[in-house]
Design a protein around this ligand. Structure first.
Ligand SMILES: Cc1ncc(COP(=O)(O)O)c(C=O)c1O
Length: 361
């Protein structure tokens, strides 16, 4: 890299937001994949949940009250009745026996932020209930590896740098749906997301690429990625998955989480949500403030320093009815800092400096 481009790359450092394209070294560790035996690869996480619901045709679908509302939207107005049960990232336990399930119901359980350490009873005495687990935030966790659910899925595009892609598998050897074809209407959003990722990589390397242009592409692609008919994964993302170093990325995530959380634990204005599972490799460091206003102020000062926390997830305009006010408020008081394998210790230290300069630690 020449001197001018190196200086530009230094000045363009930023943290968070969507992935940029990564150059992956060959020969890294893939590790054991919970979906190794049999799986279906789909375009996105919403496709995976839709395909299971289409396959089993439940009369009711139970969804946790703290949830990404995009995951709910495909089912609003459909034949399946949506029910809400109380669960969220601060709950320390979950027992499906306390939920008024009936035969032919399906229930979605989420590993929030990959924290996974709470106590869980995920079996139910009710016959004919289908348990579906969402492992998006830590696809290779101990929980995912030892799951007894009927179906598990993970939106892989959320945890690794691919423009589209999700995986669905069945720990209980349930029939998996047929592989769908790749839908041509997905080509446009995939192209937008991929172009945005490539342009962001060029930008971060100091090339002459404008930030608004790649942000627009990433935004537009994201808006359209789940539209229309359920789709298979794209050939490009499928090829990346075949050799993706899941194990190495997971250990980077664990190390990044530990370094960042350690630096933020002394903060007085917010608390970090801690994993209780010693093997957890959380998706993000989630910071919970006392008040929504102080969270918004902190968010703004970090953005001014090129640190982009994620809002996981806004619940102000919920698609699901019955979300307790406590969870709507929690969503306003919290932001999350991703800590995936695109970052190393130097990045984490810069984030900690940004928190220091913003007077947050
Ligand atoms: C936990 C979780 N599961 C599933 C999804 C849906 O994945 P996709 O956007 O690939 O449809 C999301 C999206 O944000 C998510 O956060």
């Amino acid at each position: 890299m020449n001197v001018a481009r190196h200086a530009a790359a230094q000045a363009r450092w930023e943290y968070g937001s969507q992935f940029h394209w990564q150059r992956l070294r060959a020969g890294m560790q893939q590790g054991e994949l919970p979906w190794a035996t049999q799986s279906v690869r789909l375009g996105c996480g919403r496709d995976a949940l839709r395909v299971v619901v289409d396959e089993i045709g439940p009369s009711r679908l139970w969804l946790p009250s703290y949830l990404c509302q995009e995951l709910v939207t495909p089912f609003v107005g459909s034949d399946v009745e949506l029910c809400c049960y109380a669960d969220g990232p601060l709950e320390v336990s979950l027992d499906l026996r306390g939920i008024a399930l009936r035969p032919h119901d399906a229930i979605l359980v989420v590993n929030y932020f990959g924290l996974a350490g709470r106590s869980r009873v995920l079996a139910t005495d009710v016959q004919g209930v289908t348990v579906i687990e969402d492992h998006t935030h830590d696809p290779c966790s101990t929980w995912a590896q030892s799951s007894q659910a009927d179906y598990c899925f993970a939106s892989l595009r959320k945890s690794i740098p691919i423009p589209d892609g999700a995986v669905l598998w069945s720990p209980r050897d349930r029939d998996l749906p047929q592989f769908p074809p790749q839908e041509p209407e997905r080509s446009r959003p995939i192209q937008q997301l991929l172009s945005g990722m490539l342009m962001k990589a060029l930008y971060l390397d100091g090339h002459r690429v404008s930030k608004p242009s790649f942000r627009q592409l990433l935004h537009d692609g994201e808006e359209q990625i789940a539209q229309g008919t359920i789709s298979a994964i794209s050939p490009l993302s499928g090829a990346v998955l075949d050799g993706f170093p899941f194990e190495d990325w997971r250990s980077a995530r664990r190390n990044n989480f530990e370094r960042l959380a350690t630096g933020l634990r002394s903060a007085e204005s917010f608390a970090v949500i801690e994993p209780t599972d010693p093997h957890a490799a959380p998706f993000a460091v989630a910071c919970v403030f006392e008040e929504a206003d102080s969270c918004a102020v902190a968010h703004r000062s970090l953005v001014q320093r090129n640190v982009y926390p994620s809002r996981l997830w806004p619940l102000d305009e919920p698609a699901l009815e019955g979300i307790p006010d406590e969870h709507i408020q929690l969503a306003r008081r919290m932001f999350a800092l991703p800590c995936d394998g695109r970052y190393g210790p130097g990045d984490i230290d810069r984030v900690l400096q940004a928190f220091g300069h913003a007077g947050l630690v």
